[in-house]
Design a protein around this ligand. Structure first.
Ligand SMILES: [Fe+2]
Length: 372
């Protein structure tokens, strides 16, 4: 025998109340119902009406069930709302349940994690041939901010070919792909054998690169360990432990600038960017490309205290996921969230060579949502 009850309907204060039993109750405004009528949508799902097509004083006159279909009549001849009750119930759930990119799982103590155990991995062969594996992997990338492939063929350009199965690979002033190895006269410190502190890439770009991929062609047997930290978790940690510093880093405009022979890029962003709901939307942290701040002395002093506070967190090994990537491994990470860096290595003895590229954010998240 089913325990499904017939939902209880009521209209109060120009709102429809639906009680499904078991504590599940929804309250729907008249204007919301009028804006979500099924027949106002084209077959492609796009809404055909505008808010100005709905009377400002739209009023519910009656509501009743016809089997599983809910019908809400409005006064003054306004077209009725008619939909399956199950549709209405689904709108009660958080959108994070449907979109992996909104359901981010922060990981603060990176040193306690094992990259191999705690994040998504796939072999290149499985990833390239099985759409379902690709879908699961991409959704974990969206949630965790980092994921890995192994047994990727060690040929130049493979990073782009593989990443095109994840999303769109944009062309930048660094090219379609970039070689990360020590070169004479490097235009970027990434192209040296120096250690690199945790950072996000290209905050001087708008938008910043959505995701970054790095494919190891030649690993260094000694040094050149990759470091990662979850900027989302670290920003939330700062909010809990030093609310004043957190607030300063969300409100101070920081100019980032990059200039080379073929590019002049500038963007102004806070170090910690908030979404409209107050959650952390992005972290932009790159000591190499911060231009001189345009702040009064008092503001500058306050900013530098907060900046140092966050920088100190980034230096703490307990927050760092560390892995010496092996040849054939490919890591992809969310560049709005996951900071990356490396330890130094000796390029004369060990010519470590990675190739990297970026991925546009929308294309990766679209594939994460569409793949099985
Ligand atoms: Fe980088």
């Amino acid at each position: 025998m089913s325990d499904e009850q017939t939902p209880f309907l009521a209209v109060e204060d120009n709102r429809l109340i639906v009680d499904w039993g078991h504590g599940v109750q929804g309250e729907f405004a008249a204007v919301w119902l009028a804006d979500n009528r099924a027949h106002d949508r084209h077959a492609n799902g796009q809404r055909l009406i505008d808010i100005m097509d709905i009377p400002e004083d739209v009023r519910i006159q009656a509501a009743h069930l016809l089997g599983d279909t809910l019908r809400v009549e409005f006064a003054d001849g306004v077209a009725a709302f008619e939909r399956q009750l199950s549709w209405l119930r689904r709108t009660l759930g958080p959108i994070t349940a449907e979109r992996a990119e909104l359901d981010r799982h922060p990981w603060l103590f990176g040193a306690q994690l094992d990259a191999r155990r705690d994040f998504a991995w796939s072999t290149h062969a499985q990833f390239t041939t099985d759409a379902a594996i690709r879908g699961v992997w991409l959704r974990r990338l969206a949630r965790d901010g980092i994921a890995f492939l192994t047994a990727v063929p060690g040929v130049e350009g493979e990073v782009v070919a593989t990443c095109r199965l994840m999303g769109e690979v944009p062309h930048t002033n660094y090219g379609l792909l970039f070689d990360v190895r020590a070169v004479p006269s490097p235009e970027n410190l990434a192209y040296t054998d120096l250690g690199l502190g945790l950072h996000t890439d290209n905050p001087y770009r708008d938008p910043v690169p959505g995701f970054q991929a790095l494919h190891v062609l030649v690993a260094a047997p000694d040094g050149g360990d990759s470091l990662f930290a979850d900027g989302l978790a670290l920003a939330e940690h700062l909010r809990r432990t030093d609310a004043a510093a957190f607030s300063v880093l969300t409100q101070t405009p920081v100019p980032f600038h990059y200039r080379s022979a073929d590019a002049d890029l500038c963007s102004v962003k806070p170090i910690i960017e908030l979404a409209v709901d107050g959650s952390v939307r992005a972290v932009h942290y790159n000591n190499r490309s911060i231009a001189p701040l345009r702040l009064g002395a008092a503001e500058a002093e306050t900013f530098y205290v907060a900046y140092r506070r966050f920088a100190r967190l980034l230096l703490e090994p307990k927050f760092q996921l560390r892995r010496r990537l092996a040849a054939g491994e490919l890591v992809v990470f969310d560049n709005r969230r996951t900071l990356h860096g490396r330890t130094g290595f000796e390029s004369l003895r060990h010519p470590r060579h990675l190739q990297g590229c970026y991925l546009t954010r929308d294309s990766v998240l679209s594939n994460a949502a569409q793949l099985p």
